[in-house]
Design a protein around this ligand. Structure first.
Ligand SMILES: Cc1cc2nc3c(=O)[nH]c(=O)nc-3n(C[C@H](O)[C@H](O)[C@H](O)COP(=O)(O)OP(=O)(O)OC[C@H]3O[C@@H](n4cnc5c(N)ncnc54)[C@H](O)[C@@H]3O)c2cc1C
Length: 461
């Protein structure tokens, strides 16, 4: 009996034959995420509960096989890929919302619940779960927690970590833990739930999520502001925030994004427009539209913008479609992109965008900027032809250097995974890396959980 067959038989004992994939055709589907990297796992398994995950960890420790948690596989940095081979553990069958408590404003869900489905169920009860990554229609809550996902609404409402009260998880040695609780306040001991949020599946397998909910705002209103210069758009973010207005979202598109969107959709945008902000407000119907009017007046009078306010839900959706169309529209400019999600202090956005323009000219590659300007979190896309990959990577390195110089950081949402390990030393000192490695060792002494990620192994940074 080959060792693989032996492992296969043991996996079948734990999960049942139907929930273990060993055939190439099945495993290949799990060799992908949203990066361009491919790693073929040896097996894919589909647990139904935490007991099965615990048994798997005991087996994996004994046989020294890597275990890789996976939600929907929509990550941009390869976190859910089997970089060192091993077993992908998909949460697809752990997809139940266990409870939504309208008196306590909490919900308990399994990690495979899709964000969209969760929001829909919560909103049916008049409640609101704000974290809204652009992948909300297909990404899973476990993946969102492991990446500390954020979305446009982060300007006003924050990101995933702001809505997680507690987690249940299985440790790599097979033990069960409950980190945090369902209480709004809980300062007993170290914040272990906080440590697991954003840990990219390297410390423990999250099996249950206790989320905090808030009342659903009654209404939203959306403003589209077109600017003649990039500077005016970038400085308008601070202008809005300095005027005692806190919109739900402030999304930015540079001139390349605007051109790409115009080619891709029928949205009418003036020829002379060099940048766009899409701004959303919320609250009662009155509040949402009053704030939108206030923003429109401010941007017209102080930033020379041309401003439209959506008057119907259909119009509002059209404006958001413009923003969401940017990413797919980039394929029309170049076939490949390196998509980074840098963050800089909001009042330095203009300097950062100026810098990417200089880098674009230096390397002769289009660099398209769009994203969550309200949080200083911009998706910088370096576009390239098949034979320009090396140039594109050099451009990305310079972008990261500029980010750090401006007091920013390498990633606001997508994490490190395998894709950004080599840039880590620009942002983290050796002492910080040593603390991270010591934490990893405490949770996972045999390094079986998601190895080869986040710069935790020496030689990867
Ligand atoms: C079109 C598109 C738009 C996107 N927009 C955004 C955005 O606006 N904001 C944003 O933050 N991200 C965005 N992303 C990135 C991605 O969707 C998020 O990182 C998302 O949170 C990943 O969820 P997932 O279920 O796909 O996780 P996966 O990709 O499957 O996994 C991501 C990481 O989580 C770990 N993990 C998954 N489940 C568990 C678990 N139960 N326990 C422990 N670890 C686990 C994995 O090991 C991996 O390291 C986007 C991606 C795409 C393709």
């Amino acid at each position: 009996m080959s060792p693989d067959k032996k492992i296969y038989n043991q996996l079948c004992k734990i999960f049942g034959k139907a929930n273990v994939y060993d055939k190439l055709i099945d495993r290949t589907q799990y060799a992908y995420d949203a990066t361009q990297k491919r790693f073929l796992p040896d097996f894919v398994v589909f647990p139904k509960d935490s007991e099965q995950i615990s048994k798997l960890f005991i087996l994996a420790n004994r046989e020294k096989i890597p275990v890789v948690p996976r939600g929907a596989g929509s990550g941009f940095t390869g976190g859910a890929l089997a970089a060192d081979g091993g077993i992908i553990v998909s949460t697809e069958l752990m997809n139940k919302i266990e409870s939504i408590d309208t008196t306590d404003l909490t919900a308990v869900a399994e990690p495979g619940v899709i964000n969209y489905h969760f929001q829909e169920e919560v909103e049916k009860r008049g409640l609101f779960y704000p974290p809204d990554p652009a992948s909300w229609q297909f990404s899973a809550l476990g993946g969102n927690v492991a990446e500390n996902a954020g979305g446009p609404r982060a300007v006003k409402y924050g990101v995933t970590k702001d809505y997680i009260l507690g987690l249940e998880a299985v440790l790599p040695n097979g033990d069960f833990i409950r980190a945090g609780s369902r209480n709004i306040k809980d300062v007993v001991g170290y914040n272990i739930a906080g440590l697991l949020i954003g840990s990219e599946g390297t410390l423990a397998f999250i099996t249950k999520i206790i989320a905090r909910l808030i009342p659903k705002p009654q209404s939203t209103s959306t403003v589209l502001a077109e600017f003649k210069t990039l500077d005016q758009a970038a400085s308008s973010v601070s202008l809005i925030l300095n005027n005692n207005i806190l919109p739900t979202a402030i999304e930015f598109m540079d001139r390349h994004s605007v051109a790409a969107v115009k080619r891709y959709t029928d949205i009418s945008i003036d020829e002379s427009t060099k940048a766009i902000l899409v701004i959303q407000t919320d609250g009662s119907t009155e509040e949402a539209s009053r704030e939108a009017e206030k923003i429109a007046d401010l941007l017209r009078s102080k930033a020379g913008a041309t401003v439209k306010i959506a008057t119907t839900v259909a119009e509002e959706e059209l404006l958001w479609r413009a923003r969401r169309s940017v990413s797919p529209a980039l394929k029309n400019i170049r076939p490949n992109k390196l998509n980074e999600d840098i963050v800089v202090p909001r009042n330095r956005l203009d300097k950062m965008i100026e810098k990417t323009d200089q880098i674009s000219k230096k390397y002769g590659l289009p660099i398209v900027n769009f994203g969550h300007a309200g949080d200083g979190n911009i998706h910088v896309n370096v576009l390239y032809e098949d034979d320009e990959r090396k140039k594109a990577e050099a451009a990305v390195y310079e972008i990261f250097e500029a980010v750090v110089e401006l007091g920013g950081t390498l990633s606001g949402e997508h994490g490190i995974g395998v894709a950004k390990q080599k840039f880590l030393r620009l942002a983290k000192t050796e002492s910080e890396m040593n603390i991270m490695r010591a934490i990893k060792k405490t949770f996972d002494p045999n390094n079986i959980l998601n190895p080869g990620k986040m710069g935790l192994q020496k030689g990867h940074t």
